[in-house]
Unconditional design. Structure first.
Length: 470
């Protein structure tokens, strides 16, 4: 069974987070529905209880009026009215048994007293008992009615308070559940994100390693099927790059051998002719030999330059980082070329201040050496060469400024191309190979930096910029 892909994992994470949040929302909805249902039931029961209490009060008044009139007039209709009012009140009391929301336990004793008091009044009326006892019982019936009313009000208030307490408890529970759901969702998102980021970080490191030329490290990427497939493609690309690099090195080695072998024979033959081993030469022959000798030397220089450019391009992808002070590096470069500086009677100043930086010290030193060598070669005797190191934001600036002939504006963009030599050459200087500045550019780009020719009114102003953060 194939493992899930990135999109499937992403969908699963979204579904899990949605399920957690939905569960919390449904729990909150259930609590709200329960509270609403209990509130509706309590409101209905409270209304019925209030109506019963009101009815008891009204029937108590009717019963008292009928009892007093019956005692005074003795008409049976008045007694029947009393009995009917009492029966209606008792029926209302019996109907309270269907209430479920409100607790009637505190009211039942007073209702029982009211029922018994009404029964005693009826008995006194039917037996023509003592009038004082009748009136006393009627007063007691009214008092018990007041007790029933107060007990009912307290029961309703107690039930309302219990509803509010339950609401507060449910609110706290729902809040804790929502907080827990949000926390679980965040933890799920963080865990899923960390898992994906780890796989993506491995993928990024593999790509960076390939870009930096570390093609000897196998590419291994875990995680979803999509990312593993990308890792497999990168491993295939790494192997292909290794094959191509091996082919390139082999071709260069063969070309170098195939060119140098006949070239060495040609130089040896020209040397024999020039040394007159085969006999004296006439003037035209000596001129031809001189031309051949010069061209052989030029060809050898070009071949070595070609091999040097390719070696530099290959070596630029392999950086060995170390920490160094930029100003100290400039001074060491100046010391290495102190003899050439003295021969040209030049003055070289090292200026500025910059924080230490992590770079490939050997390659940056070679970059600065090439720039300084160019400045020495093109500067007039007795002139000044300035080497400056400064930090600009997150980048290190290394400037090399001379007072030589400079570069034509239309040649500024080509000055860093391999084998390109500017048209403004000092008198008496042998033509160089034209690869020094191209090597500087290769090494600067390998560090994630740049090298540019800054416009100047006098001489050349080269600027290298290197990042402080790799």
């Amino acid at each position: 069974m194939p493992s899930p892909s990135f999109r499937q994992y992403l969908l699963l994470a979204f579904l899990l987070i949605a399920a957690v949040l939905t569960a919390a929302a449904m729990q909150g909805l259930a609590v709200l529905e329960d509270f609403a249902s209990r509130s509706r039931g309590a409101a209905g029961d409270a209304l019925r209880l209030s109506r019963v209490v009101q009815l008891l009060g009204e029937r108590a008044v009717d019963m008292t009026r009928s009892a007093r009139q019956y005692r005074l007039l003795g008409e049976p209709a008045l007694l029947e009215r009393f009995v009917a009012s009492r029966a209606e009140a008792v029926e209302a009391i019996d109907g309270l048994g269907s209430l479920v929301a409100i607790d009637l336990a505190p009211i039942l004793p007073s209702l029982k007293d009211w029922r018994q008091s009404a029964g005693r009044v009826e008995a006194l009326l039917s037996s023509a008992g003592d009038e004082d006892a009748l009136f006393a019982e009627l007063n007691r019936l009214a008092a018990v009615g007041g007790v029933v009313s107060g007990a009912a009000r307290e029961a309703i208030e107690a039930h309302n308070q219990s509803l509010f307490d339950a609401l507060d408890a449910n609110r706290a529970r729902v809040a804790s559940q929502v907080s827990a759901a949000v926390l679980v969702s965040v933890l799920l998102a963080i865990a899923f994100g960390a898992w994906l980021v780890r796989s993506l970080s491995r993928l990024e490191r593999a790509i960076v390693a390939l870009g930096d030329g570390y093609s000897d490290r196998p590419v291994k990427v875990g995680g979803p099927r999509d990312l593993r497939q990308v890792g497999e493609r990168l491993e295939w690309l790494r192997e292909r790059l290794n094959e191509l690099e091996s082919d390139r090195v082999r071709v260069l080695r063969h070309v170098s051998h195939e060119l140098k072998t006949p070239l060495a024979a040609m130089r040896e033959g020209v040397s024999l002719l020039d040394d007159r081993v085969l006999g004296p030469l006439v003037e035209p022959q000596r001129e031809v030999v001189a031309i051949l000798k010069h061209n052989c030397a030029t060809l050898q220089t070009r071949i070595e330059a070609l091999l040097g450019v390719n070696a530099a391009a290959f070596d630029a992808r392999r950086l060995s980082y170390g920490r160094i002070e930029p100003v100290a590096l400039l001074r060491s470069v100046v010391e290495e070329q102190a003899l050439q500086i003295q021969q040209r009677r030049l003055e070289v100043s090292v200026e500025g201040h910059a924080d230490a930086i992590e770079v490939d010290i050997q390659k940056v030193s070679l970059m600065l050496s090439n720039l300084l060598a160019n400045a020495i070669a093109f500067s007039p005797e007795g002139s000044l060469i300035r080497l400056i190191a400064n930090r600009k934001g997150k980048r290190l600036r290394l400037d090399c400024i001379d007072e030589g002939p400079g570069v034509e504006p239309e040649e500024a963009e080509r000055i860093f191309d391999p084998f390109f030599r500017g048209s403004l050459q000092p008198e008496g200087r042998e033509n160089g190979t034209g690869i020094g500045l191209s090597i500087v550019r290769e090494y600067a780009h390998a560090h994630g930096g740049s090298v540019v020719l800054v416009p100047a009114s006098l001489g050349c102003h080269f600027r290298i910029e290197l990042p402080y953060e790799r």
